[in-house]
Design a binder for this molecule. Structure first.
Ligand code: ADP
Ligand code: MG
Length: 698
């Protein structure tokens, strides 16, 4: 791979997007008619015009073959959490013992992978095993370069025979359409000049760990579950706080360099790279893009992280909590919405008119998040994230909004009947005279809030590092669409009744803030006081995945998703089934893995030590010397060995009973005994790489 040297800035420019069949490649290879039609579809969403599909397929094939591609695949996002692909070669027999390379419009537009092994949550009977993939032109086709293979990947949705969504992209596109529709109404009310379809933007900040592959290979728990099920916290971990933003080690920098370049080739705008809080933890932040594309790029990024780490003799751990007692990894979901005027409506402007749009959007989000906090919480529920949410490193399971002092002050003023001034002193006025001029960057930092306003966007911080961000954004889009819908209905009626617009807006914002201000909280979300206060305010607090997922089953959720045509009741309930099933599967394979490691690696090591102590005691006794210490050690080891053995038995019983709660408890008990043993069994007998080795030697 060509390295971009300091001198050749243009090397990056030349490399950027070289592996995507994007607008540039399309313009070069398509007729004007086909290009115009396709770029319109890309801008507005929808399906490609069949009349041009043949030409597009042909051009795409030529482009891919010139890059060495032999295969194509439909790339989709099943409900399992990762991405899926099935490769087909371009070859077609020419009837004379040779082949030609073919790719038809039909192959571009629609695929038919056997769907029977993907989870459908009962949506699809096995006799209806067929699933269909269909190209989503809003995300461009791209080239995936393997060691010795090059494949053309076509981002697609994945549906059942009757169009039921079997993936994460389908509801995302539907929810984006719902949001765009309501934003169009809002644009009309505010009298903006439409220049585009409205859309949401996303910048997902991705955290991850890198460890040396040789340690990984000796840890069955990492290999099988992605996290360590045993491991004593080392003397030094993150208490010095010296890793965050520290100098990046050369080996890691080499990895980051490769990662950036591969992402750039795919047109994914990797921007920021740095060390994170925990040792061996890092972060990548891209420049924000349109939501759908940003999610596809995040999924590619996670896949590339794994592959590129491997090339560097490292393993990338994307699990939310690979190491107990050490900071876990999250994904910060920076979300905003661009209106039909092509402007970010969460950008506090300098004119009263722009501020009216801004406050309208801000208040819509407050209303949406308070009304559907339970749903937002459900989207970040996973067995891995259960270890983070509510521990003092990630936001609590209580969803609240941080606005910062200045915006909170403005909201209070609106609530009391009209904002007059900002804390910083500027004058604000809604429309003509009631909404403040908002200085930019007025928000303070609050790392403890799950949902924080950060200048020109909201940052939903509760996502786990491993997650496809689609689910959270489906909910965000849909609940904000609902809030805007209801607000537009009020304002449209007022406009029709020829009421003063500024006054109606003011009174609408006032009533919404009154009703939903309980969700606003600027303080420290980690404190016990907040948890009590939140309970008083009636904010939901689902601590575990099974509790949180119940939000998907409520009448409120079913009505919401059906009303905005994002998910049918059947589709929604099938998701609930799949996520619950997933939760139970993860807990039980973790439990089985823990018992295997305990029984076949840790107990034998402990026995060996126990035996050598017993022999020593015997010899000392025979020699008639004092051996209080050896005796005490023998008792200590023996007790812990019994505890660990009991833990293994308890895990077995819990697995037998299919009881996830009991499995979790038994695993923790076994772990406590094992981690204590790790502190006393001689290091050369200990069978697993330690936390200190994994976190510091890379
Ligand atoms: P902060 O320091 O507040 O986290 P940054 O500017 O570093 O802010 O941005 C963090 C992430 O938010 C980046 O991925 C960035 O591209 C993204 N971001 C910035 N503006 C927007 C926006 N309008 N919509 C969505 N994401 C955004
Ligand atoms: Mg951030």
């Amino acid at each position: 791979m060509a390295k971009a040297s300091k001198k050749s800035v243009s090397a990056v420019e030349a490399m950027y997007g070289q592996n995507v069949f994007g607008l540039k490649a399309m313009k070069e290879s398509l007729s004007k008619k086909a290009y115009d039609s396709l770029s319109k579809t890309i801008n507005e969403g929808g399906v490609i015009d069949p009349a041009i599909a043949g030409e597009v397929a042909q051009a795409m094939k030529e482009w891919a073959i010139a890059k060495g591609a032999t295969h194509f695949c439909h790339w989709f996002q099943p409900l399992t959490g990762s991405t899926a692909e099935k490769h087909d070669s371009f070859i077609a027999p020419d009837g004379q013992g040779g082949v030609t390379m073919e790719f038809s419009a039909k192959e571009l537009i629609q695929g038919e992978p056997d769907a029977s092994s993907f989870p459908s949550g009962g949506l699809r009977a096995t006799f209806e095993a067929r699933g269909y993939t269909a190209w989503d032109p809003t995300s461009p086709a791209f080239i995936k370069e393997g060691e010795d293979s090059t494949t053309l990947c076509i981002p697609t949705v994945f549906c059942g025979y009757h169009g039921e969504a079997l993936d994460k992209k389908t509801p995302l596109l539907r929810s984006s359409a719902a949001l765009a529709k309501q934003m169009e109404r809002a644009g009309k009310i505010f009298g903006v000049k439409p220049v585009t379809k409205a859309y949401a933007t996303l910048g997902p900040e991705q955290e991850y760990f890198l460890i040396d592959k040789s340690y990984y290979e000796q840890r069955l728990d990492l290999i099988q579950t992605g996290r360590t099920l045993f491991g004593r916290k080392p003397a030094r971990h993150q208490q010095m706080e010296d890793h965050y933003f520290g100098a990046i080690r050369p080996r890691i920098l080499a990895f980051m360099e490769d990662l950036d370049q591969e992402l750039w080739k795919l047109g994914a705008p990797a921007k920021t790279r740095h060390n994170e809080v925990a040792p061996a933890q890092f972060e990548l932040a891209p420049i924000y893009e349109r939501l759908n594309l940003a999610i596809d790029h995040n999924l590619m990024c996670m896949e590339l992280m794994r592959q590129i780490a491997d090339k560097h003799g490292l393993v990338c751990l994307l699990h939310e909590k690979p190491f107990a007692g050490v900071n876990g990894s999250g994904k910060h979901n920076n979300w905003s919405v661009v209106g039909t005027d092509g402007k970010n409506w969460l950008y506090p402007g300098s004119s009263p008119h722009e501020n009216a749009k801004f406050l309208f959007t801000l208040v819509a989000i407050i209303k949406a998040v308070d009304t559907h906090a339970d749903l937002l919480r459900a989207t970040v529920a996973s067995p891995g994230n259960d270890h983070r949410l509510g521990a003092n490193e990630a936001p609590p399971a209580i969803i609240s909004i941080f606005l910062g002092d200045q915006l909170s002050d403005i909201c209070e003023q609106i609530e009391q009947g009209g904002a007059k001034s900002t804390k910083a002193g500027g004058v604000i006025a809604i429309g003509a005279d009631v909404i403040p001029t908002l200085p930019r960057d007025a928000t303070d930092r609050n790392r403890t809030s799950p949902f924080a306003f950060t200048g020109n966007k909201f940052e939903f911080r509760a996502l786990g590092s491993n997650m496809n961000p689609a689910a959270s954004n489906v909910v965000l889009n849909t609940i904000v669409a609902e809030a805007i819908d209801e607000m537009c209905t009020v304002l449209e009626a007022d406009v029709k009744a020829k009421k003063d617009f500024n006054k109606s807006l003011q009174s609408l914002l006032q009533s919404i803030i009154k009703k939903h201000k309980r969700v606003l909280f600027n303080g420290d979300n980690y404190t016990e006081e907040w948890h009590k206060e939140a309970e008083k305010r009636g904010l939901p607090n689902s601590k575990t995945t099974p509790e949180a997922l119940k939000a998907y089953e409520t009448e409120k959720a079913i009505k919401l998703f059906e009303k905005y045509a994002v998910l049918t009741k059947k589709e929604l309930l099938s998701r609930y089934e799949i996520y619950m099933h997933n939760y139970k599967s993860v807990i039980s394979y973790e439990a089985e893995c823990a018992r295997t490691i305990a029984a076949t690696q840790i107990l034998p090591a402990a026995f060996q030590y126990q035996m050598s102590l017993a022999d020593a005691v015997k010899s000392f006794d025979a020699a008639g010397v004092s051996n209080k210490t050896a005796k005490a050690s023998l008792v200590e080891v023996s007790t812990l060995v019994d505890d660990l053995a009991a833990g293994v038995k308890a895990i077995d019983a819990a697995v037998e009973a299919h009881d996830a709660l009991k499995m979790k408890k038994a695993m923790l008990d076994a772990r406590a005994a094992a981690d204590a043993l790790e502190g006393i069994v001689p290091a050369d007998l200990w069978p697993l790489p330690t936390y200190a080795e994994m976190l510091f030697l890379y």
